[in-house]
Design a protein around this ligand. Structure first.
Ligand SMILES: NC(=O)c1ccc[n+]([C@@H]2O[C@H](COP(=O)([O-])OP(=O)(O)OC[C@H]3O[C@@H](n4cnc5c(N)ncnc54)[C@H](O)[C@@H]3O)[C@@H](O)[C@H]2O)c1
Length: 455
């Protein structure tokens, strides 16, 4: 049953009644004055309380000195769930603007579908909130710079949510690359295959889904109007109007990890191809996608190619991995660890086996060998075996908690230098959004990673 207070707050109708909203909330002893002492609790709200909103809220709460006070969502069932999971006193609303207008909220987590990220982020920064926004930071490339501008202007802290880079595995990989362990990078490959209905985003739909329980018109935002469709609302990733396909959903994690490890600003050419091969239930985004990205030489890495793949219809033994390959070794990420394998070529090229040597006459073979031994010493010929170094995350290493930890530390110290700030995040988001552009328009997309604009 809804509490009287919630019904009252929901009936207020957005921004109009905020003064009375604050006054009424005060009488319920909910609003406290915001203080700036570093010992004060950071009070946060979550906008979008679906799957990731729940995970994010729980991960944020793992950190000390924070308090979850409010939540917004467009489906009433999820607001009811917030009270069941996090306590009946959490303020809930369908209208996120009610949260932004509360002075007692310092920070917001934005875990809505992708098409709402830019608008809510900008609104939140302008309302003086610190922002933790889920990946991909934006749905469209043209939305990136306005978000960055709003962040700069606000002076507030912002973190984007590809949390893997806050885990010890990616931090160890970064250390290894900086120490020169893999030499000059020349290739990155990564795949993220799945084969299940849930894995392919066909999430469960509640039986009470209806225009009464869902704010359908708000969900549609500026996309074209249509009658209520529970599939589109609860399985929004399957539609390009609301999501960003496999590229924005999954490639973005792969690219973010690589950019962090090798300190890259991004590719200069992007090409993607694919198709909707198995999940033909009505989605308008591909379920198989392969992308090729050309990274130019920069002052932090050599030029290299990156090949990314997602296949939601891989019916075989799935073996997902991400590999960064260099001239002296490769880093292979798998599960909760990495393997660095290193091999340095000897100076002497060798001869024999599958080589032209055996096709020479006996006399020429003898002559060739004599000459070879004159040129190369025993040390030049020494073949080193491949050396492996393995690193595994310790049990307590929680990347999601750490990612929020980094956000809250920056909020406390008044810094904007989060590990995944909007500039870093846009440099990861734009190339994956360009994968969609390449796929749908069948063309190569040019990108200036320095200026962050299409060319
Ligand atoms: N970092 C990660 O590992 C990770 C994992 C999963 C999802 N995500 C991201 O999190 C976001 C949410 O994904 P999800 O799987 O939780 O989706 P979801 O459908 O489970 O939840 C989204 C929720 O947002 C609500 N919503 C939509 N528009 C809103 C609005 N204008 N105001 C308030 N609420 C609104 C919906 O009602 C829904 O409950 C996506 O951007 C996704 O890419 C990140």
């Amino acid at each position: 049953m809804k509490s009287n207070r919630r019904i009252f707050l929901q009936n207020l109708g957005g921004l109009v009644a905020l003064t009375s909203l604050e006054a009424s909330a005060k009488s319920f002893n909910i609003i406290k004055d915001l203080k700036n002492s570093p010992n004060d609790k950071i009070r946060f709200a979550t906008i979008g309380m679906g799957i990731q909103g729940h995970y994010d809220t729980k991960a944020a709460l793992q950190n000390p000195g924070v308090e979850f006070v409010a939540a917004a969502d467009l489906y009433t069932g999820r607001l009811d769930r917030v009270k069941q999971s996090f306590g009946k006193d959490i303020f809930t609303t369908r209208d996120y603007r009610e949260i932004l207008n509360r002075k007692d909220i310092d920070a917001v987590i934005i875990a809505t579908p992708d098409h709402w990220h830019d608008k809510i982020t900008i609104d939140a920064l302008q309302a003086g909130k610190h922002v933790y926004c889920e990946k991909p930071m934006v749905q469209d490339i043209k939305e990136g710079k306005p978000v960055i501008e709003a962040w700069k202007k606000s002076g507030k802290t912002m973190q984007v949510g590809s949390q893997r880079i806050s885990g010890s595995v990616f931090q160890e990989a970064k250390r290894l690359v900086a120490a020169g362990e893999i030499g000059d990078i020349n290739f990155v490959e990564s795949n993220y295959d799945r084969f299940s209905a849930i894995g392919a985003w066909n999430y469960s739909i509640p039986t009470d889904a209806s225009p009464e329980t869902v704010d359908w018109d708000v969900f549609l935002k500026d996309t074209h109007k249509m009658p209520f469709d529970a599939n589109r609302f609860f399985r929004w990733r399957n539609y390009k109007n609301y999501g960003t396909g496999v590229a924005g959903d999954l490639f973005v994690h792969l690219i973010t990890g690589v950019h962090y490890v090798i300190d890259s600003k991004g590719p200069e050419r992007i090409y993607a191809s694919g198709g909707t091969r198995y999940w033909t239930e009505g989605r308008d985004v591909p379920d198989v996608m392969v992308a090729m990205l050309d990274y130019p030489k920069s002052n932090t890495h050599a030029a290299f190619q990156m090949v990314l793949r997602v296949n939601f219809a891989n019916s075989g033994n799935i073996n997902n991995n991400t590999r960064i390959i260099g001239s002296e070794g490769q880093i292979d990420f798998s599960g909760n660890g990495l393997v660095l394998s290193k091999k340095k070529l000897p100076k002497a090229p060798g001869f024999g086996n599958y080589d032209s040597y055996f096709t020479f006459s006996d006399e020429q073979q003898k002559e060739f060998e004599k000459n070879y031994n004159k040129i190369y010493s025993d040390a030049d010929k020494k073949v080193e075996s491949i050396k492996d170094y393995k690193f595994f995350a310790s049990k307590g290493d929680d990347e999601h908690k750490n990612h929020f930890g980094n956000f809250f530390e920056n909020v406390r110290s008044g810094s904007q230098k989060t590990i995944e700030d909007p500039i870093f995040a846009f440099r990861a988001a734009a190339p994956v959004i360009a994968c969609n552009e390449s796929y749908f328009n069948k063309k190569i997309v040019g990108w200036d990673p320095e200026k962050m604009q299409k060319i």
